[in-house]
Design a protein around this ligand. Structure first.
Ligand code: UDP
Ligand code: MG
Length: 337
């Protein structure tokens, strides 16, 4: 744009920036069906807050028309910022990409695209932040439309994490839906590990935090990308990223079996001395060999899990590749006529 005919903007008041105050970060993978509905519900909510804002849509290598939908939203609404990743990197990394590209200078909100996190809760998060909390995380009151098995496994996972997580306190019934102040976000973005268990990273950062209760709705459309294999892997990620507890378990299990084997050996020796050994102890031999073999394999597996993660970290690859980034028009001043 040539400067002579460009729309003139009023000068900024001293100390003010042209950046939005709030960024809403939305990772999306195959969400063409819900995105327009999501945006339609988000806009009035954000406008009601009364601060300049933008929404950062991250297309995580969707196989459907999600990118086209996002481009359409960007064309219709300049407050949309678009980050298109070069392929599917998974939700945790897509979220990180969105947070990296959030322009807000005051706070960011993280929310799912599938309307399971109701945008109407955002003003409550903002209210909590205005009270002086750096992190306001939405806590589910009820889990509608989710199976009994998923609820139970999720509850079990949080309990295990709480037990072995050490100093880092993982709040239960909490997803990624939350608001973070700029300084909490900057702290979070300083953590660049490849294996990103976001719930754990959020908790690790700390800062004054407060839960905000809400009801989690069933997915509006499309289907959940989670299955039990993915959930299992997420749990492994969470556990191995935040505690070396399993390595200790392996050590103690080894010690315990060694001790048991020692006692059993002594018993065998005494028995042989006292009563002789008329029959070769094939069953007991097999039992011991198989048991020890199993324990050793499991221990090796645990060490392997950690070793693999060390290997991945040492490669120091970027977390994601951006195919295209269209920033929002962050300058929220009204042009002068
Ligand atoms: N998502 C993503 N990349 C993926 C999988 C999911 O960006 O590889 C997004 C998805 O579009 C949604 C959010 O992450 O906005 C949560 O995904 P989903 O609803 O499938 O998870 P659930 O709500 O079942 O935990
Ligand atoms: Mg969902």
């Amino acid at each position: 744009m040539s400067t002579q005919f460009a729309t003139r903007l009023p000068p900024l008041p001293p100390g003010a920036t042209a950046r939005p105050a709030l960024s809403v970060v939305v990772p999306a993978y195959n969400e063409e069906e819900v995105l327009p509905a999501f945006h339609a519900r988000l806009v009035p909510v954000m406008e009601g807050i009364g601060l300049p804002w933008e929404v950062v849509y991250v297309n995580d290598g969707s196989r459907d028309g999600t990118l086209g939908v996002m481009l359409g939203l960007r064309a219709a609404d300049a407050r949309v910022s678009l980050v298109n990743l070069s392929r599917n990197f998974g939700k945790e990394i897509a979220l990180t990409a969105g947070l990296d590209h959030a322009a807000a200078d005051q706070a960011v909100v993280v929310i799912d695209a599938d309307l399971q996190d109701p945008p109407e809760v955002i003003p409550d998060l903002v209210a909590a932040w205005r009270q002086g909390f750096d992190v306001a995380y939405a806590r589910r009151r009820a889990r509608e439309g989710e199976t009994w098995l998923k609820k139970t496994t999720a509850a079990g996972f949080y309990r295990v994490m709480q037990r072995i997580g050490g100093k880092v306190d993982l709040p239960a019934d909490t997803g990624d839906f939350r608001l973070m102040s700029r300084r909490a976000l900057d702290a979070l973005l300083a953590l660049r590990e490849q294996h990103r268990f976001m719930k754990g990273l959020f908790a690790w950062v700390g800062f004054p935090s407060i839960p905000v209760l809400y009801d989690r709705a069933p997915r509006a459309a499309g289907e959940s990308k989670w299955n039990y294999w993915r959930l299992w892997n997420l749990s492994l990620e969470g556990i191995t990223a935040f505690t070396v507890g399993p390595l200790k378990v392996a050590t103690y299990l080894g010690l315990l079996t060694a001790l048991a084997a020692l006692i059993y050996g002594v018993v065998l020796i005494i028995r042989t001395i006292l009563f002789g050994n008329p029959v070769a102890g094939y069953p007991s031999l097999m039992a011991v060999v198989l048991f020890l073999g199993g324990v050793q394999l499991m221990t090796l597996g645990i060490i392997g899990e950690y070793l693999g993660r060390i290997f991945n970290e040492t490669k120091r690859r970027p977390l994601y590749i951006v195919e295209r980034h269209i920033p929002s028009e962050t300058d929220q001043r009204q042009p002068m006529s």
